[in-house]
Write a protein that binds this ligand. Sequence first.
Ligand code: HEM
Ligand SMILES: CCN(CC)c1nc(N)c2ccccc2n1
Length: 290
Amino acid sequence: IVHIAAINKDRTIDDYQRIYNKIAEKIREDDEYDGYIGYGPVLVRLGWHSSGTYNKENNSGGSYGGTYRFKLENSDPSNNGLQNAAQFLDPIYKEFNWISHGDLYTLGAVCAIQEAQGPKIKWRPGRVDLPESATPENGRLPDAVNGADYVRKFYARLRMNDREAVALTGAHCLGRTHLKNSGFDGPWGAASSSFTNEFFINLLNEQWKLQKNAAGNKQYDSPKGYMMLETDYALIQDPIYLKIVKEYANNEASFFKDFASSFQKLLENGIDYPKGAPEYIFKTLDDQDM
Ligand code: HEM
Ligand SMILES: CCN(CC)c1nc(N)c2ccccc2n1
């Protein structure tokens, strides 16, 4: 399967910055969502899940076709809760319906990370809406009840190495798990909506206890009210991952640099960009004194 980015010469960075600003302003406006965590984290998860169906073996899945908009994909149990992000983006799509769904889902995730004071993420337009027949089957997204071998193998399918896998999981500094969505619960208390390396610091500093939660699923809980999925905890069980976790816990700049490159790679998996294809770095609202 080959997906070539379609470059729309009529659209400039200003057009996409306008959409970025609309999303960023709406994130600020709709601040009450999920107990005042806000829409940032679930927008990041939508961008990740619409890309995480990629399979390097046959270059199938991924963000290109915007197939999350079809029932088969958005009703995948792995996508429980992402309807909130899709509904958030609906009015933005109505106003700017010249953008493809794949570009919108990935732009929303980049916007959410940058507006959470995370790193600047380079973003390239050109994804093209594909028909429903292009929708990948359910089951391509990862399960949380697994160890390091599963995590390594899963990320390899997305062409990600150990550093990229650890960096990407650092996005779990945002948001929370919801029993009704995934059968996992927490963290409780001050849920942060800033993009930082705290996920790695918590992994190393908290005391973790493997417990069964209210849904009977195993997760690691800490006395301070933090939690880790088994796939999170795997990052300190595996010696190679552990070394990288320590690096990111002690060097936020290194985490930011690797996250930015890994996230762009994740969002662009499966797409061939022609030479000279435009690449944008959007300004945050703060950069624009908005
Ligand atoms: C082995 C890989 C991964 C597994 C098993 C996993 C699993 C999960 C689960 C079970 C949830 C809770 C969903 C809910 O209950 O609402 C979650 C939330 C989240 N995940 Fe992951 N995840 C993985 C990798 C990633 C990656 C690569 C990213 C982004 C780069 C990411 C970003 C997020 C975010 C931002 C949330 C919070 C969403 C919200 O607050 O609504 N995750 N993840
Ligand atoms: C770093 C603690 N937090 C956010 C305050 C956290 N920790 C997690 N382990 C986590 C796992 C999946 C989704 C969100 C998550 N959030």
